[in-house]
Write a protein that binds this ligand. Structure first.
Ligand code: SF4
Ligand code: SF4
Length: 339
């Protein structure tokens, strides 16, 4: 059901939702950017729609709400283990279509197997989604080519329209709330982009022979293995474990899982001093092919959703989308070499 609502009406609706849950959306942190005098758009709780940033892409994605960068799994003493109290309130997340498709990837990874991720499930079961319609693509987006520019599995969609807001509600419990805040019915189709400046083409016949290409060698030097691309990606889920022992009683502490990156040193270290992917080019190969090759073989869809954040944040100006577009030539190079 579509609605038209004033800003005051939307804010009253958000406050209703906040009575039993937390509403989380991209907001601007002034001066919070990586460099002096720059801002950062990232997720935080909101009560006013005016604070939600619609005209800029968030630096980090919604992922940190489902898979926090650092999460305590349990506290331990010599003879007991206690779990932290789980968040039981609803979490209402504002996100764009590409990121809503990223939720499907996270669900596949964390819920799809024989042993679903218990901690992910604790958070995921209480989440509702508000789709932020995209009227215009940002420069690095390539959602259209990844097939992630349209979503319909939301509870609510929202986008500014003149002085007010257009909303499409699919959550039957929220419809009376919207009406109570003065919402008038009107047909609403969430805005979505149909073209992007950045384009990608993944070869239909992509196969693992591309791993032998010299393409990857270039990144031995160019990539500095900082991991920023992974930390901003909405579909990266790798983590490592840390046990913290408290100083006042070293027999007590907590176990945390902490976000990891396949691009940084130590990720592929094994017992006995073996390092599987020592060169940064080998790490790049692993990351790129995981995002646009082997995940699809297993799950039927690509892991990358084309949000473009990895291209936005790389300090070495390495473009993931450009690498994907080089895979066709890399395949030819390998086959010519084999002849
Ligand atoms: S690989 Fe890059 S473009 Fe693809 S989903 Fe991750 S951050 Fe976005
Ligand atoms: S952000 Fe760029 S330099 Fe850093 S690990 Fe990723 S590709 Fe390499």
């Amino acid at each position: 059901m579509g609605f038209e609502l004033s800003t005051g009406g939307v804010n009253a609706f958000l406050r209703e939702l906040a009575r039993t849950g937390r509403v989380v959306a991209p907001v601007r942190f002034e001066g919070g950017g990586a460099f002096t005098g720059t801002d950062c758009v990232r997720y935080a709780e909101v009560t006013d729609i005016e604070n939600v940033v619609f005209d800029e892409k968030s630096r980090f994605s919604f992922r940190e709400l489902l898979l926090p960068p650092s999460q305590t799994l349990f506290y331990f003493t010599e003879d007991s283990i206690t779990e932290p109290t789980p968040e039981t309130r609803d979490t209402i997340i504002f996100l764009r279509s590409c990121d809503l498709h990223a939720v499907k990837r996270l669900d596949e990874i964390c819920r799809g197997g024989a042993n679903p991720d218990y901690y992910y499930e604790q958070r995921r079961k209480n989440v509702k989604f508000v789709l932020m319609g995209c009227k215009k693509a940002f420069d690095s987006c390539f959602c259209v080519d990844m097939g992630t520019n349209i979503s319909d599995n939301y509870d609510l969609s929202i986008e500014p329209d003149g002085d007010g807001w257009h909303l499409d509600c699919k959550n039957a419990e929220w419809e009376p709330l919207l009406r109570a805040q003065g919402g008038t019915e009107t047909p609403v189709t969430p805005a979505h982009v149909t073209e992007t400046k950045t384009r990608v083409s993944i070869p239909d016949d992509l196969d693992f022979s591309v791993a032998k290409s010299k393409l990857w060698d270039e990144y031995d030097k160019r990539c500095i293995a900082c991991g920023r691309c992974n930390f901003s990606c909405p579909t990266c889920t790798c983590f490592s474990m840390q046990d913290l022992f408290y100083q006042d009683n070293p027999k007590t502490g907590e176990r945390r899982r902490v976000l990891a990156s396949c691009m940084v040193d130590g990720f592929s270290d094994m017992a006995g001093g073996v390092v599987y992917r020592k060169n940064h080019g080998a790490r790049m190969r692993y990351k790129v092919l995981h995002k646009v090759y082997d995940f699809k073989k297993r799950s039927g869809f690509h892991m990358c959703v084309g949000c473009g954040r990895c291209d936005d944040v790389c300090p070495e100006y390495i473009s993931f989308s450009h690498i994907v577009n080089r895979l066709g030539d890399a395949m030819k190079e390998v086959s010519e070499h084999a002849e």
